[in-house]
Structure formats: C-alpha cells, structure tokens
Design a protein around this ligand. Structure first.
Ligand code: NAP
Length: 277
C-alpha cells in the first residue's frame, strides 16, 4: 500500500536565496496545519525545461517562477491564462495530470488586492493613474489597472522607447510622457505607482520633486525593501494614502497556494509579521 503523497511546491529562481516566498507559504502551511512543503529551488536558465519536466514526478503540484525564468516558463507551458499571455510572463505554474503545466500570472491580481486592502476608498474606475517604469512589473500593473477600468494612464520611463512600446501594446488609454515630466504629472494623478527599482535599498531614490503630492491621492510602490521608500514617505507627509509593496508580494502568492495546497489563505498582519521577521 502506498501512502498519499504530501503536496510539494517551490520557487524556481537564479538566484533564489533572497526570495520571501518560502517563508510566506511556510507560514500558511503551519497556520492551516496542512501537510506540504514549499522549497527554494536554485535553477539555472539552461536547466529550466528539464527541471519543470522532473518536478511533477517528484510530487510537486506546482511552483512559482521568478527572475530570470518568467518569460521562458510561459514559452514552455502547455497552456496559459489570458492575463499571462497579455503580460508576456508567468509567475505561477500548476502541473497538469496529463503532463506539462498551466502558466498564470498573478502579479496584477496581487497588485489590485493590495491596493484594495491598503486604500479601501480608492476606485480604479474612471481614475487617472501615473505609472513610473516600463519593465516586467509595469506590464502586470498596466494590465491590471486597465482591466479594472482606469480611464487614463500616464506612463513615464527613463528609456522612452520602452514606455512607447507599452503604449502601442496596451492601447489608447495609455499616454507615454517624458521621464522629466513625471514630477509635474504627479499633481493630476488619482493613483501614483512606482514600478521602477529606484528607492530600493542600495539604489538612489526616484529623481522627482514630490511637492506636488497631495491629500486624496493614493501612492503605491512595488519596492518593498525598505517598506517605507522615499516616495511613500513623501506621500504620507503630503497627506496622501501610501500603500507599500509587500502587500502585492503577499497577495500574488495566494492563488498558487490555493491551487497546490487546497485552501485559500488569508493575507493578514500575522503573515506580514512572519515574512518580515
Ligand atoms: P525590470 O523589468 O528590470 O524594470 C526595471 C524598471 O526600473 C525599468 O522601467 C527601468 O527603466 C527602471 N530603472 C531601473 N534603474 C533606473 C534608474 N537608475 N533610473 C530610472 N529608471 C530606472 O524590473 P521589474 O521586474 O519590472 O521590477 C521592478 C521593481 O519592482 C523591482 O524593484 C522589483 O523588486 C519590484 N517588484 C515588486 C513586486 C512586488 O510584489 N511587490 C513584484 C514585481 C516586481 P529603463 O527601462 O530605463 O531601464
């Protein structure tokens, strides 16, 4: 007689040592007393396909993928969600009974859930958003905000061609503006989102004058180390609502946990404390 397999999941990255995902899934497994393990898995790009083929044979129900595997995993998937295809990257993979895996991208869902929790009065429908940055994370944010009904989305990036490319792809609600004009555009935005890596520990702050920020606005940063970036500190000082980047990280993990371990987990203060410990 064989005993039932304990579900396994993990995060594949290169490097993967910095990932907070093992800590947050581990917290949920312990909290709900579920059998299962979630592991950090260091995987070089040239090994990704072989590892993804082997994991289900070892009892893995699914996995997260992070830098540099997000695009490659999408290309290897047997099927992909419409949002993963629109974003052009996957972060949540679920192995299929017949072989192969389904790819999804939960970053945009996590972003909106974090915004709803941190700024419950904010309604995206009809709002004007200013998005700083046009990298991978910006794609998920644009997809989520436009899907949620944002009427006008101003996009500023250091390299203008990348903002222009996203404008062409995401449609007429998006206007690419020069990086140097982002500071002046702050005043007219209901929502400001930093998707660049500026403000992160070891990086300079965003080179914007923040004095145009004001009460009634919502300002959120995808950077979560430190939790209080210079942008968020400026927003709070101006009386705006500041939403940190940790919420997105926690909320994007919930759909994968539910698929692999069978229970929708809660994002709450205890989870934040466990991840920050
Ligand atoms: P990415 O694809 O490498 O994009 C980086 C972005 O930052 C680009 O827009 C880049 O502009 C800009 N940038 C970098 N250095 C800059 C500088 N010195 N001056 C001006 N702009 C600069 O990275 P990503 O995957 O989008 O991630 C971006 C940030 O979001 C990272 O800090 C990441 O940790 C964070 N993130 C957080 C979450 C979360 O759950 N909270 C999820 C995903 C990502 P150019 O195009 O000009 O290079």
């Amino acid at each position: 007689m064989t005993s039932p397999r304990i579900p396994l999941a993990g995060v594949l990255g290169h490097p993967v040592g910095h990932s907070l995902s093992p800590r947050l899934h581990g917290h949920w497994l312990a909290r709900y007393r579920l059998p299962g393990h979630y592991l950090p898995l260091e995987v070089a790009p040239e090994d990704l396909a072989a590892v993804l083929a082997a994991l289900p044979r070892m009892g893995f129900a699914g996995c997260n993928v992070t830098i540099p595997h997000k695009q490659a995993a999408l290309a290897l998937a047997a099927g992909a969600s419409p949002r993963a295809l629109r974003i052009g990257a996957a972060n949540t993979l679920t192995f299929l009974p017949g072989g192969g895996f389904a790819a999804d991208n939960t970053d945009g869902e996590g972003f909106l859930a974090s915004l709803a929790a941190g700024a419950p009065g904010f309604r995206p429908e009809g709002a004007t958003a200013l998005v700083l940055g046009a990298g991978g994370a910006a794609r998920a944010v644009l997809d989520a905000l436009l899907g949620a009904g944002v009427a006008r989305l101003l996009l500023a990036n250091r390299t203008p061609a990348r903002a222009e490319a996203l404008r062409a792809e995401f449609g007429p609600a998006v206007t690419a503006i020069p990086w140097q004009e982002a500071g002046a555009a702050l005043a007219g935005a209901d929502l400001v989102v930093n998707t660049t890596s500026l403000g992160m520990t070891g990086q300079p702050p965003l080179p914007l004058p923040l004095d145009a920020l004001h009460a009634g606005q919502v300002v959120t940063d995808l950077v979560y180390a430190p939790l209080e970036t210079p942008l968020l500190a400026g927003a709070r000082a101006a009386g705006a609502t500041a939403v940190d980047g940790l919420g997105m990280l926690l909320h994007q993990a919930a759909p994968g946990f539910e698929r692999w371990f069978g229970r929708r987990p809660e994002v709450d203060a205890a989870l934040r404390a466990a991840v920050l410990a």
